[in-house]
Structure formats: C-alpha cells, structure tokens
Write a protein that binds this ligand. Structure first.
Ligand SMILES: Nc1ncnc2c1ncn2[C@@H]1O[C@H](COP(=O)(O)OP(=O)(O)OP(=O)(O)O)[C@@H](O)[C@H]1O
Ligand SMILES: [Mg+2]
Length: 258
C-alpha cells in the first residue's frame, strides 16, 4: 500500500474538525431519523472517503441495515429504486408502484423491529430530476415522528446548484443540516501528511518548508496534496534522499501541474 495513495480508503482519513462536524451531522440525521442530509464539496475534498467511513461504521451496527450506492448512473428512476432495493435485499418487482410497496413493507417491518435503514449515495450530482423526486417519495415513508429510511447524499457542488433550482424546492426543503467540505488549513495539511506517514509506518520525509510548498500549490485540496506528496516521495526515493529536498519539491510541483 502506498502512503500517498489517492483512493478513497476510509482508514487513511485524518479527521479534521470539519470532517468530525460532518460525521456528527450525518450521525444525528441517522440516529434521530431526520430523513435526508447531504455532504457537498469540490472535487478531491474527501467526500467519498468520509461517506465510506460512515458506511463502514454503520454496517457494523447490529441495529442498522444499510447500503452504499457508489455511482448512481441508472437509466431511469425505476432502475434507481430497484438498485436501492437490490442492495437492501428487497426483491425486484415489475412495476414502480409494486417496487415502492415492497420497499415500504420492508421499511415498516424494520421499524417495528427497531432497526433503522440507511442508504448512502455517492456521486449524487448524477441523480436526475426524476430520481430526486423518487428520493423525496421515499422520505414520505414516515410515522408522525420518524422517517422510516435515512438517505445520505454525497456530491459535488453541482448538486447544490441543481437543488437550488425552484423545481427542486420540495426535496431541498427535506434536507437536514447539509455539510460542505472545506479545504485543509496549512496546519491540517501538516497533520494529514504526518498521519499518512504514521499509518503507513514511514518516517515523515516532508519538512515544514516542503509542506509550505505543497500547501501553496494545492490550496489544501487533499487529493492535490497527496498527488504532489506521492511524486516528491518517489523522486526523493530514487535520489536516496531521506528528507525531500526543496529542489525535489520544485521538480514534483512542476510534474504535478498539468
Ligand atoms: N482528511 C483527509 N485525510 C487524509 N486523506 C484525505 C483527507 N481528505 C481526503 N483525503 C484523500 O484524498 C483523496 C481524495 O478523496 P475522495 O476520493 O474522498 O474525494 P472526493 O471528494 O470524493 O472527490 P470527487 O469529487 O472527485 O469524487 C483520497 O485518497 C482521500 O483518502
Ligand atoms: Mg468521490
């Protein structure tokens, strides 16, 4: 495993205060059965990673049934609903109406057994108007106090823009406490790199000056930070540098910028 890998492995996530706040809001939405929340952010900010972390934590809970849809590129809203049902273990039906009824029965049964049902949907900016409308319909499955299903969207800022459209008012008003991921501060960039080095059992090869160069060239966007780190680390290893030199840093920046 590579210390500066850019795959969304939840175990490699350094929990900044902003990520802790996201986790708290999503957890509140789930525990208090508030229905729908979303995690928004620009590309490479850590949305998929934090969603996977939440999914893996909730998957381990005996009182929760949950699933993760990593990429909702469904052709129709019926296929979208079927996709969710299949992940939850609800059998496929021939019509949208029957599928919704089957899911409703499943949710009522789970609620009666004190089990909460949670659906995590990544790349939610890909959901079209009909799929958002289907999501809203699922949120109508409720008692006078509780939603029977909790849905967590994670998506690029484009999702927020789409939800701002007047035609999406009904679903927008259902969103409970949305989160927007912000870039790392300089201190968080230092800590994140250090966390990755510790996690992968290597000596941190980046001096404070080196991290300054990284930060100034990435504005603290985690994926960009990691990309420069990976290139600099590889060059330094090839040159046998135990600490990444500033010359190597400059080479890495030039290579990383397309
Ligand atoms: N706080 C962090 N600590 C450590 N690594 C992080 C942190 N935030 C993000 N990363 C890493 O940055 C990379 C990109 O994160 P991720 O894929 O989750 O971003 P994303 O917001 O889903 O991007 P996209 O919009 O392109 O889907 C991953 O390798 C992830 O582990
Ligand atoms: Mg992602």
């Amino acid at each position: 495993m590579k210390p500066f890998s850019i795959s969304p492995n939840p175990a490699c996530l350094y929990l900044t205060s902003s990520l802790k706040a996201v986790i708290a809001k999503v957890s509140y939405t789930i525990e208090e059965r508030q229905g729908l929340t979303c995690i928004l952010g620009d590309v490479g900010m850590g949305k998929s990673s934090v969603l996977r972390l939440l999914h893996s934590d909730y998957s381990a809970r005996p009182d929760i049934t949950c699933c993760l849809i990593p990429n909702p590129s469904f052709v129709t809203d019926f296929a979208f609903l079927k996709g969710i049902c299949s992940e939850l273990g609800v059998s496929a039906k021939r019509s949208l109406f029957d599928q919704e009824e089957a899911l409703k029965r499943f949710l009522v049964e789970h609620y009666a057994n004190n089990r909460n049902v949670v659906v995590f949907i990544d790349e939610a900016q890909k959901l079209n108007g009909k799929m958002l409308e289907r999501t809203r319909a699922l949120l109508n499955f409720e008692t006078s106090e509780d939603k029977l299903i909790q849905i967590i969207f994670s998506g690029q800022l484009e999702l927020r823009d789409r939800l701002r459209d007047p035609s999406k008012k009904a679903i927008r008003s259902r969103i409970f406490a949305p989160s927007i991921l912000s870039p790392l501060t300089f201190e968080e960039t230092v800590m994140m790199i250090d966390f990755r080095c510790n996690f992968f059992n290597i000596n941190n090869p980046f001096s404070s000056e080196a991290v300054e160069i990284i930060y100034n060239n990435t504005s603290g966007v985690p994926r960009e930070v990691l990309k420069i780190c990976a290139i600099a680390y590889a060059i330094a290893q090839a040159k046998d540098e135990p600490k990444v030199s500033l010359g190597t840093m400059q080479e890495a920046v030039t290579e990383a910028v397309m």
